[in-house]
Design a protein. Structure first.
Length: 224
């Protein structure tokens, strides 16, 4: 007699969003849910806290957390700059991946991760909440340590040499440059921006560097 595998249930994206609203949003007082995969806090000292569900391959996803700044411009491949200052445009600038996400040993269970596949909806809900509570034990102290622009700068400087952040975009170099300027150290910001451009500038129009220098100078002049 052939072994019959149990059926696998897949939760739709729409039902996942409803589950996030019902079970995760109440656990995040002070945050606003965008109705999909992201929660954001109010602006405080030119930044806001952000938590998001980041989809991965194979219908799995992880929780991420970080900060969004009102003085940091983001840009696309054509060099067009924009700010993420509205509720509709909020995103992650300085952020974390779950522990061991990039260096996970085979015997270690994935951190802060859940799947839309399971035995039934209750199984997926259990996965979701387990991943959230695991992330919560990490993002609560992380947000506390990154309070204020000086705390954010300390974290950005750490991320510049952290292998776990090597795939972050915006690059920690870029974020640190603007945080140096926002903390009143324009020369360190300019030097860090130059280092960023040396590493990544060949992928963008040369004129973008002049625009970024001007934005950095503007940040240093008006924020401290």
């Amino acid at each position: 007699m052939k072994n019959v595998l149990p059926p696998v249930f897949e939760l739709s994206a729409a039902r996942l969003k409803a589950m996030l609203t019902a079970w995760v949003t109440p656990e995040l007082p002070g945050f606003t849910h965008n109705g999909a995969y992201l929660w954001y806090g109010p602006w405080e000292d030119h930044c806001r806290r952000v938590i998001q569900v980041y989809p991965l391959k194979g219908a799995s996803a992880i929780f991420q957390w970080g900060l969004c700044f009102d003085f940091l411009p983001v840009f696309d491949g054509s060099g067009r700059l924009r700010y993420q200052r509205t509720d509709r445009s909020v995103g992650l600038h300085l952020f974390c991946w779950p522990p061991n996400h990039w260096t996970q040993a085979p015997a270690q269970p994935p951190a802060c991760r859940f799947s839309r596949f399971g035995r039934d909806p209750d199984d997926i809900k259990a996965q979701l909440l387990r991943a959230f509570y695991e992330a919560q034990t990490l993002f609560v102290p992380w947000f506390q340590s990154c309070r204020g622009l000086s705390g954010a700068l300390t974290e950005a400087r750490h991320q510049r040499t952290d292998p776990a952040c090597r795939y972050n975009w915006p690059s920690p170099d870029y974020v640190a440059a603007f945080l140096f300027a926002a903390n009143g150290n324009a020369s360190a910001g300019a030097n860090t921006l130059a280092e960023f451009w040396t590493r990544h500038g060949r992928s963008f129009p040369p004129s973008l560097y002049d625009k970024l220098q001007a934005k950095l100078t503007e940040c240093a002049a008006f924020l401290p």
